[in-house]
Design a protein around this ligand. Structure first.
Ligand SMILES: Nc1ncnc2c1ncn2[C@@H]1O[C@H](COP(=O)(O)OP(=O)(O)O)[C@@H](O)[C@H]1O
Ligand SMILES: [Mg+2]
Length: 271
């Protein structure tokens, strides 16, 4: 299957999966770091085809959660399944916080994006074709023959996101992907990410330390408690897409963001 057809088919039927149907099931997750309990028997379902933001107090275990789910670090106990499949049987994409360290500086942008396809031993013609389709599909206007250092921070992060998408992941993970960018670029990247989500409807899990960003992008927000992390709340964000600058001052948006802030502050005060 090619990325364009696959994504278009999904985009054409956004309501195919009932809202809230589980894609990733996390059961009995436990994790400690040097005796500090981060997770203790934690259960959670990540909905299929939705955009989930994770927000919570600093150091509560947001990165730890997605790193365990994405297989970057081991859990002490627990089971995580992707529609009943194991991680090994599932294609995932992961976008790191620090794009400067995430891209290979000696590879042109296009070769960075093709890299996972090379690992998967796809022939060169097929690799080129896939990247071309992805570029056309996303409407990306970067000169991908350039090396990462020749691009702005936002463009580099866009290249990182494309590298994660080129494998047609079933789940896309992003850990504070815009935190190293200036505010203008952050706003631009938010709208790009929303566009990518609307085009592909890939199950997306974003860790953000910016509540406005977390709510703006999400179908649901996982609000975590202080350690050991529990689900403090899991509100649905019912705002229609595409969301834009006007969304930010919409009373419904302001209300749900206010609710998230209240839950967050209650958790912080407990410490
Ligand atoms: N590799 C590690 N070794 C020891 N402690 C760690 C490690 N990774 C994270 N921690 C600790 O675990 C807690 C949760 O970390 P993290 O998931 O990164 O938090 P955040 O919610 O800010 O992303 C923090 O107190 C952090 O210091
Ligand atoms: Mg973190």
């Amino acid at each position: 299957m090619n990325p364009v057809n696959g994504a278009a088919a999904l985009a054409a039927t956004p309501a195919a999966a009932p809202a809230g149907a589980a894609h990733i099931t996390i059961r009995g997750l436990s994790k400690r770091f040097q005796g500090a309990v981060i997770y203790e028997n934690f259960d959670f379902d990540i909905p299929r085809g939705e955009f989930l933001s994770i927000f919570g107090p600093n150091g509560c275990g947001k990165s730890t959660l997605i790193n365990i789910v994405a297989g970057l670090i081991p859990a002490d106990a627990g089971t995580i399944l992707f529609g009943g499949k194991t991680l090994k049987e599932t294609k995932i994409g992961y976008v790191f916080q620090n794009y400067r360290e995430a891209l290979f500086p000696w590879l042109r942008s296009v070769d960075n994006i093709e890299y996972p396809l090379k690992l998967a031993r796809l022939p060169q013609a097929e690799r080129h074709a896939r990247v071309e389709r992805l570029v056309a599909h996303l409407g990306v206007k970067i000169d991908l023959k350039r090396y990462p250092y020749e691009l702005s921070g936002g463009q580099q992060q866009l290249v990182s996101i494309m590298r994660a998408l080129v494998v047609e992941p079933e789940v896309l993970f992003l850990d504070e992907p815009f935190s190293a960018l200036d505010y203008e670029m952050t706003l631009f990247m938010r709208s790009q990410l929303q566009r990518i989500f609307m085009e592909t409807r890939t199950t997306t899990v974003l860790v953000s330390h910016d509540l406005e960003e977390a709510v703006y992008l999400a179908d649901r927000v996982l609000l975590l408690s202080r350690r050991p992390a529990r689900v403090a709340d899991f509100p649905a964000i019912g705002m229609p897409r595409p969301r834009n600058d006007e969304t930010l001052s919409d009373p419904a948006f302001v209300a749900v963001k206010g609710h998230c802030l209240e839950v967050f502050q209650r958790e912080v005060r407990k410490g």
